[in-house]
Design a protein around this ligand. Structure first.
Ligand SMILES: NC(=O)c1ccc[n+]([C@@H]2O[C@H](COP(=O)([O-])OP(=O)(O)OC[C@H]3O[C@@H](n4cnc5c(N)ncnc54)[C@H](O)[C@@H]3O)[C@@H](O)[C@H]2O)c1
Length: 275
């Protein structure tokens, strides 16, 4: 899996899966440009990462002997994102890998989704992915050694669940973006794929808003009260996977072991899509 000498851009890198991707890529030898908003978004019903979280990611990558540029940027802000990636390119010399991982969710039936909820989810999960790729592609092409773009979609990019039409639409949407980029970038040996996780134990699912959505019958639900519902989703007997399970798929797709894999949707879903 050696990624020695490679440089990876990871968005949403301050915590959860994004931190895990940054650390796993660094374990395999990559240097990292880590991007995260590090502040809340108004319609998201759980806290997003903090500056301290991003700092901790940076420390973990440095502890592995790899270099990292960690920048607080909102992927919706293309100018700031371009500047951060240009700074990373100047510091680290090249860009080989992009992991477009930053994402948010909020919950409501389709007729109750507000314009602001819709825009924030689509702007982060779909437009933000495009911004990220757009900012990195010129350097990947100029590097002349191909590359790998991995977009973190979801099982919600393949099937639907109630109360999250905007999220489901965004996660379906990145598949179209992935397939188009896979065609456009193939002549440059830049591969583009999506990963589709089942539930992953991160703050996105381990929060009060989600407990209440899943257990409206319960006055004060906790994770223990919703856990049985997570078990039902998967075929394999487990409620959720760990961030590193997704990172291992990311590292594979980023590596030369996947050198002829492009344009695919890779589920890491414990058999959810079988159901
Ligand atoms: N947790 C799950 O069950 C699950 C399942 C399938 C897919 N996903 C997807 O995995 C990805 C990672 O989510 P996670 O589970 O690690 O959740 P998380 O909430 O722990 O991490 C998301 C990270 O993205 C950052 N972020 C959010 N909006 C941003 C923006 N506009 N600009 C920059 N950074 C931003 C947050 O601060 C946070 O650090 C997301 O795309 C999510 O949709 C999650």
């Amino acid at each position: 899996m050696s990624l020695e000498g490679k440089v990876a851009v990871v968005t949403g890198a301050a915590r959860g899966q994004g931190r895990s991707h940054a650390v796993r890529l660094a374990e395999e030898g990559a240097d990292v440009i880590a991007i995260d908003i590090c502040r809340p978004i108004s319609t998201v019903p759980y806290p997003l990462a903090t500056a301290g979280d991003l700092q901790e990611t940076a420390e973990r990558v440095r502890a592995l002997g790899r270099r990292i540029l960690a920048v607080e940027v909102d992927v919706r802000d293309s100018l700031a994102l371009n500047a951060a990636i240009a700074e990373g390119l100047a510091l680290l010399g090249r860009i080989d890998i992009v992991v477009a991982n930053a994402g948010i969710i909020s919950f409501a039936p389709v007729e109750d989704i507000t314009g602001e909820m819709w825009d924030e989810v689509i702007d982060v999960n779909l437009k933000g992915v495009w911004h990220t790729c757009k900012a990195a592609i010129p350097a990947m092409k100029a590097g002349g050694e191909g590359g790998s773009i991995v977009i973190i979609s979801s099982v919600a990019g393949v099937k639907a669940w109630e109360n999250q039409a905007h999220y489901v639409a965004s996660k379906h949407g990145v598949i179209g973006l992935m397939r188009t980029m896979a065609r456009e970038l193939a002549p440059h040996r830049i591969r583009v794929n999506t990963v589709h996780p089942t539930s992953v134990l991160t703050d996105m699912i381990d929060n009060d808003g989600l407990y209440r959505l899943f257990r409206p019958d319960h006055p004060n639900p906790t994770m223990a009260d919703v856990e049985p519902l997570f078990w039902q989703q998967n075929s394999l007997p487990l409620p959720w996977v760990e961030p590193v399970d997704i990172s291992n798929a990311v590292v594979f797709l980023a590596s030369d072991q996947a050198r002829y894999i492009t344009g695919i949707m890779l589920p890491v879903d414990a058999g959810t899509l079988l159901k």
